[in-house]
Design a protein around this ligand. Sequence first.
Ligand SMILES: NC(=O)c1ccc[n+]([C@@H]2O[C@H](COP(=O)([O-])OP(=O)(O)OC[C@H]3O[C@@H](n4cnc5c(N)ncnc54)[C@H](OP(=O)(O)O)[C@@H]3O)[C@@H](O)[C@H]2O)c1
Length: 347
Amino acid sequence: MSQQKALLLEKAKGSFVVSDVPILKPGPGQLSIKVIAAALNPVDWKIQAWGLFMKNYPAILGSDIAGDVEDIGEGVEGFSKGDKVFCQGYFVNEMAGFQQYTLIPADIVGKIPPNIDYGQAATIPLGFSTAAIGLLQAQPQGAGLNHTFDSKISFSGQPAFVVGGSTSVGQYAIQLLKFLGYSTIITYASARHTNYLKTIGATHVIDRGEVSVGSLAEAAKKIANAPIEVAYDAIGDKDSRAACTDIVVEGGLIIDVNPEAKDPEAKDSGNGKRLISVIGTSHHPPNREFGRILWKILPTLVQDGTIVPNRVEKLRSGLAGIDEGLQKMKADKVSGVKLVAFPQETI
Ligand SMILES: NC(=O)c1ccc[n+]([C@@H]2O[C@H](COP(=O)([O-])OP(=O)(O)OC[C@H]3O[C@@H](n4cnc5c(N)ncnc54)[C@H](OP(=O)(O)O)[C@@H]3O)[C@@H](O)[C@H]2O)c1
């Protein structure tokens, strides 16, 4: 078998179409992975709508991958054909999730622990990486809170804040803050997610149906029992950034999912507040070494329950169901779950 199905974005801002493309052989250091589950992310609809990132068309998208090792490139050790693995895709066709087979460098691939399935595993790579790079990776890529995932480092007694706790990234940021030992983890989300967010580590949920983003800083400071030094903005718009800037104390850190985020208020006010704009991928060279550490430790963190996957909403019709899922995301109709497609179910 030399051909597979892939979801092609025909041209910049064009349409998606399912088509036949060749299955590639892994190069040195790479694994070929049979993609069983591929999760959708906001970046996928943004690429289609705004023409971002992709240099060549037709383009294959998809940053979240779970599947089976199909073939092993020269020099790769520690993997066997049939191993269940998960990993992050990249913005080039040969390393993307919306196809039936993909290639990924083996040093940033993890084995799926037995307590989760392929769909759950596919919810983790991009969201977790974005939370982890932002919070843990050394500065300037991240806030530098614990770049080796050292379990002895603890911020016990301190409060931290997450805007957008029910987003995929926000859920992983909450869990990582708990891993870091923060005692008070305050988040801003719709009230319907309160109980769930408390099960994954939030201590306080401020209802975004009740408290406006403009009043958020005041509400968060009231709850915190100490100055807030770290705020993770999983929304990344002007208002959420302003709230985080206001929430953190002088010298504090604002971590923003918007890779282009610039905040003169944080940078130039002389108050020493620092804005970290996250590029949430281990494929990106400054994050590669951190990524290797992340992908070594992540399976253990998932197996011992430190990190739980996002809740899954399964899409039907394999690759053909992805377009509809992306339009749903774009219309803001996805709440607290991750949409996951199963490429092998493509007819
Ligand atoms: N820099 C990077 O490398 C990187 C990587 C990954 C993601 N991102 C970006 O990070 C953002 C989050 O991505 P994601 O995949 O985690 O999102 P997601 O899971 O698709 O987010 C959906 C959630 O957003 C919540 N939400 C929307 N507006 C909100 C607001 N103003 N305040 C609080 N919650 C709000 C909704 O909450 P309710 O249902 O509770 O109302 C919904 O549950 C996106 O903009 C994405 O493009 C950046």
